[in-house]
Design a protein around this ligand. Sequence first.
Ligand SMILES: [Zn+2]
Length: 300
Amino acid sequence: MMTSRRRFLGSAAALAAAAPLSCGSPGGRPAPQDAPGPRPWINHDLHTHTVHSDGAHSIALHVFEARAFELEAIAITDHYTPGSRIAASEEDFNRYLDEIERERSAQNDLIVLKGAEAAALDTAGRITLDERHAAKLEWVLCDLSGGSEGIFRNTPRDKARYAENVVRAYLALCDVPYLNGIAHPFNTGNTNPPALPEDYPPALLRELAAKMAARGKVFDVMNDTIYWFQKSGISPRALTAQYVELVKVFAAAGVLFQVSSDDHRTGLGNTRWSQLVLSRAGVPPRQIVDPSSIKRHPGR
Ligand SMILES: [Zn+2]
């Protein structure tokens, strides 16, 4: 506890957040433990959607808003899945890339990454995005989806088997060389049966954590993770506590983390819960992705 607390004290924002609990606000209410500091601890949002998939805003408005919020970096990661707009044709994909290029080069406030969110098709590492298209992108995430066989599709009735399938799928994703990160890992609470963070066997988690660290696959701590547990019966705070324990396992193995809003409507830059989880898990700043180090390629 003390160790993680001390590590947490490594950033200026954390110092502000760690103000003594006794100096509460008038009326004797203690200051909240995770009160935001003057600047956010992590200032990126590396998983967001626009009208090029199921998001609400144009790329132009997205970039405009992120500049207003004074974010350091965003990744635009529209869905690249069968039936999605950017996967419909080569022209649609290129139009997407061109629009991101145009909007990001028209300003200097913000790093904007050309990204996509692919989906796992099975537990063997097959995904919806191929290497040729990935080569034109700078930030590629992959999540589980309705098409993930043995996971969200034909979910095993046996919870242990289900949890094992999920971890096997993630282990296989580590072998996809053009994948940068796993989007909101363990978002398995809305299935029947649900798999909660505590349902994953620690030995399997450690195996996955070691492989993600070795292959440099980033763990996306997505702000709206509770969305994926609304049917599970777990209380929001219990989910947070369980997710913190999960993150600790990956942090101990040296995995890198990013934060994101997974914005579809109005949440761009909202990573408060993500940062709360990373702080509570004692993840040090050196294990947070540095967007300025991500290679960008102009044009297509
Ligand atoms: Zn997403």
